[in-house]
Design a protein around this ligand. Structure first.
Ligand SMILES: Nc1ncnc2c1ncn2[C@@H]1O[C@H](COP(=O)(O)OP(=O)(O)OP(=O)(O)O)[C@@H](O)[C@H]1O
Length: 286
């Protein structure tokens, strides 16, 4: 079920102009994922279908263990559906590929390589047709975009968490994937760094003419609303399904400070909390 909240006509008009092209980027068709475990087969997600348009930003939220990363894994190609199929840019996903960039919470940088080399190696492996000069230019452009050019010779161990995450994002963008998959990328960051990272991410997305499709797994309702066009709320597992899809028709660019006072924002926030939380108060009177 999709929820579209009431909006003022002005907001609808602005949003209509920013509507991304109706080209399918990701198609999840009736996907079930079951794992063999020592105690039997465990079905994590069941018969999930979802279409994501090119240029859309989608957030996946739900309780811990409901299957968000598993579903994300089927898009990246790191998890194979037990039944059903996933298509990325029209092609059935069977393995990871350079059209899909992935950023995890733990950065996954190679600790023995400098910031520069971490990105260069990824570009080198993914974009084999480019010349060395072109690859170097890509590394430089993306490191400058996340304001880390002056730190290019440092090792990951010499960076803060936010800086490591910016390297991971620059690396994902440098291979120029049409689909960016972010699995709790900012979960370990403090509120200020997280907020800066949101702005950095949207800047990169804007610089790319909003053509990259982004799927982000998060536990953070505010993050989900600020970044995305739609929030996909999952039921608890086992055999998790999509509980509801909530539209976020807030105009872009979004201002972090102002957006929280917007009626539409508040309504979406309430709606998401209601979907996630069953009880809002504790009866602690015995
Ligand atoms: N390789 C695996 N083998 C067996 N069970 C698995 C495997 N991967 C995931 N699971 C199970 O599938 C369920 C969904 O896991 P998943 O990591 O997708 O959840 P999640 O929603 O991303 O959780 P979190 O928010 O805590 O990161 C969990 O019960 C998990 O134990």
């Amino acid at each position: 079920m999709t929820t579209t909240l009431e909006l003022s006509p002005r907001v609808v008009e602005i949003n209509a102009a920013a509507e991304p092209a109706e080209q399918k980027s990701i198609e999840i068709n009736n996907v079930t994922v079951s794992f063999k475990t020592p105690t039997g087969v465990y079905t994590a997600v069941k018969e999930i279908s979802l279409e994501v348009k090119k240029g859309e930003i989608i957030a996946l939220i739900g309780h811990s263990g409901c299957g968000k990363s598993t579903l994300m894994g089927t898009i990246s190609g790191m998890v194979q559906p037990t039944s059903g199929e996933v298509k990325a840019n029209g092609n059935v996903v069977t393995k990871p590929g350079p059209d899909r960039g992935i950023v995890f919470q733990n950065y996954s940088l190679l600790p023995w390589l400098s910031v520069y080399s971490n990105i260069y190696e990824a570009v080198d492996a993914a974009l084999k047709d480019k010349t060395a000069a072109e690859k170097k230019a890509l590394v430089e452009k993306n490191l400058k975009m996340v304001n880390l050019w002056s730190h290019k010779d440092k090792l990951p161990g010499q960076l803060s968490g936010g800086m490591k995450q910016r390297v991971a994002i620059a690396r994902a963008f440098a291979i120029n994937p049409s689909i960016l998959l972010l699995d709790e990328p900012f979960g370990a960051l403090d509120a200020l760094t997280k907020s800066n990272m949101h702005v950095e991410l949207l800047k990169l997305w804007n610089l790319d003419n909003r053509e990259k499709t982004i799927v982000i797994v998060t536990h953070d309702v505010e993050e989900a609303i600020f970044l995305s066009d739609r929030v996909v709320v999952m039921n608890n597992g086992p055999a998790a399904t999509i509980k509801e899809i909530v539209d976020v028709p807030l105009p872009r660019p979004r201002n972090k400070k102002e957006i929280v006072h917007d009626e539409c924002y508040m309504a979406i926030h309430d709606k998401l909390l209601s979907l996630l939380i069953d009880k809002f108060s504790i009866n602690d009177i015995h």
